[in-house]
Design a protein around this ligand. Structure first.
Ligand SMILES: [Zn+2]
Length: 211
């Protein structure tokens, strides 16, 4: 999940059937989706800002009104994320500069929304795992992050909330919190790997457009 690109034009429709495409961690390969699910995903992805869009580099602003508009925004983010088959989404990814993120790292879990999240603690122990980003199609990179975090935030109604997470959930939260500061997963890997990832992305996009 990260960004500098090329695609506002024809987003995920770019995926050719044999392309190795996934979205945020853990999603079903696109080629295996039924046509309806795939169409819904493509429509959702068209609303997600992609690498190269300056808004992805902006710092989002704290939310100070916990009103119906905020709850509608969160609901829309949850729907978009679900339709896009992602497991996390930050408001900046849909062009809204609010410090809001949503995630659902296990399909059985309810959607969690964090408003104005602040990292309170992160473990010294780190883990390396593959990440993807709805804003950076075709790219998966190994990112090293703290294995566990504790985050303080507010929920959609403004209630204080503390989340302690490890594993995939900790990773998703950190990835989405990065988005709120204009940081992308490709910023967290060595320069050489970033160049390689960008090359692979352009290649996949070219192939997809020819498919
Ligand atoms: Zn992302």
């Amino acid at each position: 999940m990260a960004d500098e690109d090329i695609r506002e034009a024809a987003p995920a429709a770019l995926a050719s059937d044999d392309a190795d495409v996934e979205v945020e961690e853990g999603a079903t390969p696109v080629a295996e989706l039924d046509p309806e699910t795939r169409a819904r995903r493509d429509a959702a992805l068209r609303q997600v800002r992609k690498l190269g869009d300056p808004v992805l580099r902006a710092s989002a602003l704290p939310v100070d009104r916990f009103d119906d508009a905020l709850r509608a925004e969160i609901e829309r983010m949850g729907e978009l994320m679900g339709d896009a088959l992602g497991i996390g989404l930050a408001a900046t990814q849909i062009g809204v500069l609010h410090r809001v993120l949503v995630y659902r790292s296990d399909p059985e879990d309810p959607l969690t929304a964090l408003v104005n999240p602040v990292l309170e603690w992160s473990s010294e122990e780190t883990e390396i795992a593959s990440e993807g980003c709805l804003s950076i199609p075709f790219v998966h990179v190994d990112v090293e992050r703290p294995a566990a975090v504790r985050v303080r935030a507010r929920d959609a109604r403004g209630e204080q909330l503390e989340v302690q997470a490890s594993g995939l959930t900790a990773r998703v939260i950190q990835h989405e919190m990065d988005h709120l500061d204009g940081v992308l997963m490709i910023d967290r890997i060595p320069r050489e790997e970033r160049k390689e990832a960008m090359r692979a992305m352009r290649e996949a996009q070219r192939e997809a457009s020819l498919a």
